[in-house]
Design a protein around this ligand. Structure first.
Ligand SMILES: Cc1ncc(COP(=O)(O)O)c(C=O)c1O
Length: 289
């Protein structure tokens, strides 16, 4: 993470300075995206940028004048990450710096734009084969979980709890429904059908979730996009989570109890293979990823 981008400049990470009155710092008044690059090519950049634009619109944050896609490519180049199997670019835009008032700055101020890139190590195949754990946590987030805001305290607390339990994912449960992970979307296989929560205000509309749903459709798997009662998870044959860095992460235990037979299941396996093929095709990786 040598060279970062901050408000129009590329500079060494150690030299990047933010104003203390930045509304991201004061209010968590901002949005972020994490876009994966595979051997220097982004996977679904337009979808990541469309999600961020929707956030600007809904939160009435002035879109930055800079080309956000181009700056991400530039960070990959400047950090010499083009040849990496996988790298990620973190991009954050806040409403800008102004004296503290709850209402928007008046007059307008330019948004703050900060981004960095670093290489990302996917789990070793043996670790993936072992599977991962998950724990349930109450969902205490606000009612716009579909917006990728930097206000992640409930997610931070949930993922820390998961880590302390030796789990990879914290599963948010609200009103008896299993919604999504602290940084991932939830998929469940039950009675041979693949289930995932609808793209409502209660979950982030994951780019990986969409790609996995496309793979499921291409494979002709039965899919139902509907709310998943938490109580049904004990009957699930498979549970897995999807996300930009998790890709497809199989859950072999939930709150200490085995999921299905306690092994990584065939649907997660098939969908992960299909997801990797999609990445390879769309990112022009001919030798696999
Ligand atoms: C709460 C939450 N759900 C789902 C996801 C997965 O989204 P994506 O596949 O676009 O990375 C994320 C990613 O950060 C997330 O924070």
């Amino acid at each position: 993470m040598d060279t970062v981008y901050l408000n129009g400049s590329y500079l060494p990470h150690a030299e990047a300075r933010l104003h203390p009155d930045d509304r991201g710092f004061i209010f968590g008044d901002g949005l972020y995206e994490v876009t994966p690059f595979y051997r220097g090519t982004p996977f679904r950049m337009p979808a990541h940028m469309a999600r961020m634009r929707k956030g600007f619109c809904e939160l009435r944050i002035q879109p930055p004048a800079v080309d956000l896609g181009e700056l991400q490519h530039e960070l990959i180049r400047r950090n010499g990450l083009e040849g990496e199997e996988m790298a990620i670019v973190y991009l954050q835009v806040t409403r800008g710096t102004a004296p503290r008032t709850h209402t928007f700055p008046d007059p307008d101020v330019p948004p703050t734009v900060y981004a960095w890139a670093r290489s990302f190590r996917r789990p070793a195949p043996e670790a993936w084969e072992q599977g991962y754990g998950a724990i349930r946590v109450p969902d205490r987030r606000w009612a716009r979980a579909d917006l990728k805001t930097v206000q992640l305290l409930p997610n931070v607390m949930a993922q820390q709890e998961a880590k302390e339990a030796g789990a990879a994912d914290a599963l948010f449960v609200r009103d008896g429904l299993a919604l999504e992970g602290g940084q991932t979307n939830l998929f469940v296989v039950s009675g041979g059908t693949l289930l995932t929560h609808p793209a409502s205000n209660q979950i982030l509309h994951g780019i990986s979730r969409s790609a996995v749903l496309e793979v499921a459709e291409e494979l002709g798997l039965p899919v139902e996009i509907r709310p998943i009662p938490d109580a049904d998870l004990s009957f699930a044959s498979e549970i897995f989570f999807t996300g930009t860095t998790a890709e497809v992460r199989p859950t072999v235990w939930l709150d200490g109890k085995p999921v299905g037979d306690g092994k990584v299941g065939p649907v997660a396996r098939q969908l992960y293979a299909g997801f990797q093929e999609k990445v390879a095709r769309e990112c022009g990786l001919h030798a696999g990823v």
